[in-house]
Each structure stands twice: as C-alpha cells, then as structure tokens.
Design a protein around this ligand. Structure first.
Ligand SMILES: *[C@@H]1O[C@H](CO)[C@@H](O)[C@H](O)[C@H]1NC(C)=O
Ligand SMILES: *[C@@H]1O[C@H](CO)[C@@H](O)[C@H](O)[C@H]1NC(C)=O
Ligand SMILES: *[C@@H]1O[C@H](CO)[C@@H](O)[C@H](O)[C@H]1NC(C)=O
Ligand SMILES: *[C@@H]1O[C@H](CO)[C@@H](O)[C@H](O)[C@H]1NC(C)=O
Ligand SMILES: *[C@@H]1O[C@H](CO)[C@@H](O)[C@H](O)[C@H]1NC(C)=O
Length: 291
C-alpha cells in the first residue's frame, strides 16, 4: 500500500511538472528585432520578445492558457551574422525541447526583422553563404505541432511567394535563394512585408526605416486573427491525438507573468504599448540604428 501510494504521488508530481511546462493553450516562441530591448516591458511584451512578443500577448488574450517564450539571443546589428545564427540555433533548440516535453501541444513561431529571419531559418533552414547553413526543424515536428508562423520585416523575404503578405514586390537585402522548404509551409506561414521597407523590400527612400517599423500599427490584428484562426482549425478538426482543448476556461498565463492587456498611460491617453512603440523607434531613428 505504501509502495502504491508512493508511486501515485510520484506520478502526480510528474504530471504537475509536465503541466507547468506545457501550455494548455498555444505555446508561442517569439524573437525580437535588432536592438529591441531584452528586458520585459510589463503589459507590452515578455523578456527577449519585443514586437513579436507584443503580437504574442494579443494572441494570448484570445487563447486561454497560452504561454510565451522569448528567444535569448544578442539581437545586435554589429556582428549580425553571428547574432542571427545564435538566435536561429536557440529557437530551433527551444522548439525541439518543447516538442520533446509536450509532444501534443501546439506551437507558433513569431519574429520581427532579425527575429523574422530566425523564424524563417528554423522553418526553412539557414540561408547559407555567410549565414548559417543549419538544417530546419524536422518536418514531422512542424506538421504535428507548429500551427502557425508569423514573420514581419524579414530581410530574407522573397517577393511573390504564396506565403507573402503586405504590399512588397521586391526581395529583401539577404534574399533566401531557395524557397523549396518554405513553400511547403505556405498553409501555416505568413510573412508581412510592405513596399519600400529598407530591409525586407530593399527600399531606398527616406521613409524606408519608418516603413520597417510600421507593421504593428497596420497589421497587428490581422496577424492575431491569422494565428487564432489556425488555432481554432487545429483544435476543431477532431483528429488531433493531443490534449489541446480549443476552449480551456482557465485564465491566460504567459511566461512573463505580465498582464496581457496593455495598460493605459494616463498622461498621454495612449496605451503603454502605443507609446512604447512610438517612442522607442524615435530614439533609435535619431541614431539611425534600428533594423
Ligand atoms: C513580383 O510580381 C510583381 C507583379 O507581377 C512584379 O512587378 C515584380 O517584379 C515581382 N518581383 C520579383 C522580385 O520577382
Ligand atoms: C533547394 O532546397 C531543396 C531542399 O533542401 C533541395 O532539394 C534543392 O536541391 C534546392 N535547390 C537548389 C536550386 O539549390
Ligand atoms: C495594434 O492595433 C490596434 C488596432 O487594431 C491599434 O489600436 C494599436 O495601436 C496597435 N498597436 C501598435 C503597437 O501599433
Ligand atoms: C487530421 O487528419 C488529416 C488527414 O489524415 C491530416 O492531414 C491533418 O493534419 C490532421 N490534423 C490534425 C490536427 O491532426
Ligand atoms: C469556446 O466556448 C465559447 C462559449 O462556450 C464559444 O462561444 C466558442 O465558440 C468556443 N470556441 C471554440 C474554439 O470552441
């Protein structure tokens, strides 16, 4: 009897440990853009996630029990190739580990700018050349677990692919020459890039940087709807072996522990999210730094 109880309590402990890692809702891995701050901005985004984490927080508001994990990587402009390579390797590892711990739980990858290049590397493999030549996440894991990937301002963007969104008709500055792998994910992958963007559209105009920084303002709800739509589809097709329930009633949790709803900034009347994303690019713009 003692032995049996001990076994039962061990099992209970194991279950508790598992459920603390695995999201009841959607697990989102979010990679920030170059020079976006690594620290969490409470109410706006979790640590290491930046603009991508902002979108993830909005998604977590709509999918109960979701979790957000930022990608701990340098996000620097100097030494960009190494920074991006580190980020891609880290996100790949995070996705593999999450799959190993929570094989039936659904994932989404989100990235902005350098972070978007990281997402495309994880799904499609490294760009090669002076960039990393890493193999992509295994197609079996993608098929079973990755329900959506959202990219915006990806420097490896290729014009006129079936997963493109936005108004861009030009390639980015670090064009991915081989889209064979990406193309097979066009049912789960969407890459936003607008005409004139300095990095994803090789824009040369005075507003090229401003365009690169305008995606949240224009597309955030479109991105959120895209992922929530994929989530609903994945939980209502009925043949998932997973424990994912489309409709858990628990309160949303994010790894940051921050409030998903942006709080109101009394002074300006803007939400803290709005004022952050307006002010932060201005600071960097003045130094010509933002990527
Ligand atoms: C994408 O398609 C548009 C319209 O057909 C065309 O003008 C543009 O040159 C294409 N871009 C590339 C990079 O092929
Ligand atoms: C593109 O990538 C695919 C998959 O890795 C490979 O089979 C194909 O040979 C590549 N095409 C070119 C032109 O390199
Ligand atoms: C996100 O979109 C909403 C409108 O859907 C807008 O009010 C908000 O300012 C946007 N967020 C940012 C950071 O631009
Ligand atoms: C449901 O089954 C179809 C056909 O077997 C498969 O293509 C699809 O990926 C499955 N969906 C899920 C969520 O398992
Ligand atoms: C979740 O439940 C609510 C209320 O019961 C319902 O309106 C909604 O459609 C459900 N969503 C899904 C994805 O099942």
């Amino acid at each position: 009897m003692r032995g049996f109880l001990a076994a039962v309590s061990l099992l209970a402990t194991a279950t508790a440990a598992k459920s603390s890692i695995c999201a009841d809702g959607l697990y989102m891995i979010a990679a920030r853009g170059s020079l976006e701050p690594a620290q969490a901005k409470p109410g706006v985004f979790p640590a290491y996630s930046g603009s991508a984490g902002y979108v993830a927080e909005l998604i977590a508001d709509k999918i109960a029990g979701s979790k957000i994990a930022g990608v701990k990587y340098p996000a620097t402009m100097t030494n960009y190739v190494k920074s991006e390579g580190d980020g891609a390797a880290t996100m790949l590892q995070m996705a593999k580990e999450y799959h190993a711990s929570c094989p039936t739980s659904k994932m989404t990858l989100i990235g902005y700018s350098q972070g978007a290049q990281i997402v495309s590397d994880v799904l499609c493999g490294g760009v090669g050349g002076s960039f990393n030549h890493d193999a992509p996440l295994s197609p079996e894991i993608v098929k079973e677990n990755v329900i959506a990937a959202v990219l915006f301002g990806d420097p490896t963007h290729i014009a006129n692919t079936s997963y493109d969104r936005g108004t861009s008709m030009h390639d980015g500055i670090f064009t991915r020459s081989n889209t064979t792998v990406c193309q097979q994910y066009d049912n789960i992958m969407a890459s936003w890039c607008d005409k004139g963007d300095k990095y994803c559209d090789s824009g040369k105009g005075q507003d090229a940087l401003m365009i690169h920084e305008s995606y949240l303002g224009i597309y955030n709800s479109t991105m959120v709807d895209y992922v929530v739509g994929k989530w609903q589809k994945s939980t209502t097709t009925g043949n998932s072996t997973g424990s994912s329930t489309g409709n858990s009633t628990g309160s949303p949790t994010s790894s940051s522990g921050s409030t998903p709803t942006p709080s109101t900034d009394m002074a300006s009347g803007l939400s803290s999210a709005q004022s952050f994303f307006l002010i932060w690019p201005m600071l960097l713009l003045s130094c010509g730094l933002l990527f």
